[in-house]
Design a protein around this ligand. Structure first.
Ligand SMILES: O=P(O)(O)OC[C@H]1O[C@H](OP(=O)(O)OP(=O)(O)O)[C@H](O)[C@@H]1O
Ligand SMILES: O=c1cc[nH]c(=O)[nH]1
Ligand SMILES: [Mg+2]
Length: 209
């Protein structure tokens, strides 16, 4: 079973409060989502393997560490996942970025794929699928299916807010995938929105409705 990591760092929780508020406008929402993504990147990369190296300081030889081998691929789910990419890149500027286009049919709540472009050698990379909202889990499962079908073997899922049903759906469809979230909320309403959630993440990020 993939592990669920709820990132309860005070800075993440503080910023999430303002992201949730309906009083927060597009500019501030966008800024806060990037900041939380940056802080989550710090936590999600905690287990990256290090390798030994040496550098000469102005004073002598220092035995140090660098991140080894595999490079990361960030794969935001369009549209809302885009809102988290720059924050993560601020921490991991060498990461490659793929894109998966999915929208959730408002009637059936089923995900519809319309785009997929991944970096080369995806099978050799640690892949982080990014979407602020994990509601029914249909989109996340489809996004993880899409990266695995194209060769990915090491996949993590990073979201801001999850519903319990979405977490369970990802864990049963993809038991090898760890899930990183800032909060797990109460549930879903009749339209498949997370309650209390933060509303429609894509609309709030891009000012559409
Ligand atoms: O867990 P699920 O029930 O599948 O719902 C979550 C999906 O819904 C939202 O995308 P949306 O369909 O609104 O597309 P958008 O980002 O283009 O607005 C969100 O960004 C997720 O991708
Ligand atoms: O609460 C939700 C559910 C799906 N998509 C969103 O943007 N918000
Ligand atoms: Mg949307």
């Amino acid at each position: 079973m993939g592990r669920l990591h709820v990132l309860d760092h005070p800075l993440i929780q503080h910023k999430l409060t303002y992201i949730r508020s309906k009083e927060t406008g597009t500019k501030e929402f966008r800024q806060l989502v990037q900041e939380v993504a940056m802080l989550m990147a710090y936590e999600i990369t905690r287990d990256l393997p290090l390798t030994d190296t040496t550098v000469e300081t102005p004073v002598g030889l220092a035995h140090c560490k660098v991140i080894e081998g595999k490079t990361l691929a960030l794969v935001p789910v369009l549209r809302a996942g885009l809102g988290m990419v720059d924050g993560i890149l601020a921490m991991i500027p060498n990461a490659k970025v793929g894109h998966i286009g999915l929208y959730r049919d408002p009637e059936t709540l089923q995900p519809v794929e319309y785009y997929c472009k991944l970096p080369p050698n995806v099978e050799e990379r640690d892949v982080i699928v990014i979407d602020p909202m994990l509601a029914t889990g249909g989109s996340a499962v489809a996004a993880i299916d899409a990266v695995k079908e194209r060769g990915a073997t090491a996949v993590k899922l990073m979201c801001l807010v999850a519903a319990p049903a979405g977490v369970q759906r990802v864990q049963s469809a993809h038991p090898d995938v760890d899930i990183y979230v800032a909060a797990v909320d109460d549930g879903l309403n009749d339209h498949g929105y997370i309650v209390p959630g933060l509303g429609d993440a894509g609309d709030r990020l891009f000012g559409t409705r």
